[in-house]
Ligand binder design. Structure first.
Ligand SMILES: Nc1ncnc2c1ncn2[C@@H]1O[C@H](COP(=O)(O)OP(=O)(O)O)[C@@H](O)[C@H]1O
Ligand SMILES: [Mg+2]
Length: 387
């Protein structure tokens, strides 16, 4: 019996199986207790305490759970990025979960449930593996800009409580033929023993349809090696890719992902929530805002566009009007102002037409823009007849 336990302890030590290791020690204590060997019990218990103290001091990325064979990455507190051979710049930047600030992100129920599922599954991967099933660890985030892809990648990292390797595309993509594939390999190779998120933003830059490019040879090579690399991602690595252009991705690559999460532009409910939350940070302002109305005329914008609009409106109040107050009309005025600042004339009129459709009257538009009502209606009519 004793001999078996000792052999088992050695096996656990080699495999870094902390859970099983402690289980065997427990058995030993019980055995010695049954035989009344006080001094042996004391020695073993001391040993267990010391071991626990040591592993608690170690700021490892995970708590070893019972029965699971863990890889030893405790000794590496800082991860070093591999470098691009030519520029010698780091291929990724490591961001630790404690350094990610909590943002109140708004997602629909489907996405919120998916996030919970992913985190639960990753944290309980031993159960999934024991059932002979595969842990979900490859997700693709799609959708228009400013709707939360990058933010979700960070939020997931925080929830998984593991570091994030943010892949730096500018270092990854080099002009040297063949270097990009080799850089991608280096990245995945260097973290294969870590519990870590690898995040490739703007994924379309490297995973474009193979028939889509002029530079066929190189792109084909990159996509082919990506396919192999994605297939070989171990369970401890969580791969997140994000793109605004899902339709331009190679379909074989899309199929490699366990889930595709589509982050769409916010609907009225999400806009209401978002604007409400945004304004909560500006309690010093006198606010007179019909949130529902603002949601109605910002419908179709992304979260970050609404964020820009509200921030711009607040700044205008302070800088131009020197008034710490903000009303619905101020926000509409800012919006129209933005339209006139940054777009071509045709675009301006078509955007005014859009606002008119969303419930801002010609009279209001005329007051803000100082363009006569009749001119605005005329031009809007012209835009509509061209559509
Ligand atoms: N779902 C969301 N909920 C709340 N705010 C959001 C959301 N999506 C985007 N934002 C806001 O827009 C900013 C930019 O979003 P980001 O995650 O970079 O979008 P993407 O990566 O899709 O272009 C965020 O910092 C946040 O302020
Ligand atoms: Mg982004």
């Amino acid at each position: 019996m004793y001999r078996e336990w000792i052999l088992e302890l050695i096996r656990c030590y080699i495999l870094k199986d902390d859970g099983r290791f402690k289980e065997i020690l427990d058995k030993l204590v019980k055995y010695e207790k049954a035989n009344g060997n006080e001094s042996e019990i004391y020695e073993i218990e001391q040993f267990i305490q010391e071991t626990n103290k040591k592993s608690n001091n170690d700021s490892s990325y995970y708590k070893p759970s019972k029965g699971l064979i863990m890889r030893d990455n405790k000794s590496k507190k800082h991860l070093d990025s591999p470098k691009d051979k030519v520029s010698n710049s780091n291929l990724f930047e490591v961001i630790y979960p404690k350094d990610i600030t909590n943002q109140s992100l708004i997602f629909n129920d489907k996405i919120n449930n998916k996030i919970k599922e992913i985190v639960y599954e990753y944290n309980n991967k031993e159960q999934v593996i024991q059932l002979g099933l595969k842990v979900e660890n490859k997700i693709l985030l799609c959708g228009p800009p400013g709707c939360g892809k990058t933010s979700l990648a960070y939020e997931l990292t925080k929830k998984l409580n593991i570091p994030l390797a943010y892949v730096k595309l500018d270092s990854l993509i080099t002009s040297l033929m063949g270097q990009t594939s080799s850089n991608i390999r280096k990245i995945f190779e260097s973290v294969k023993d870590e519990s870590i998120v690898i995040f490739i933003d703007e994924f379309d830059a490297i995973a474009k349809k193979r028939a889509d490019s002029n530079d066929l040879g190189e792109l084909k090579r990159i996509v082919n090696s990506l396919l192999q690399i994605i297939d070989g991602i171990p369970d401890n690595v969580f791969f997140i890719a994000a793109t605004n252009f899902e339709e331009s991705l190679d379909s074989a690559i899309i199929r490699r992902f366990d889930s595709i999460i589509n982050l769409e532009r916010p609907n009225i409910d999400s806009l209401n929530k978002y604007i409400q939350t945004f304004l909560e940070d500006y309690k010093k302002f006198v606010l007179d805002i019909d949130i529902n109305r603002i949601s109605k005329f910002t419908l179709g914008m992304s979260f970050s566009e609404v964020n820009d609009l509200l921030s711009y409106s607040l700044k205008r109040q302070i800088v131009h009007k020197k008034e710490p107050s903000l009303s619905t009309d101020d926000i509409i005025e800012s919006l129209v102002n933005k339209i006139f600042q940054f777009s071509e004339e045709y675009d301006q009129i078509s955007r005014l037409a859009e606002l008119n459709k969303k419930g801002i009257s010609i009279r209001e538009l005329s007051e803000i823009t100082s363009i006569p009502k009749s001119t605005i209606s005329d031009r809007i009519r012209k835009v509509k007849s061209n559509e």
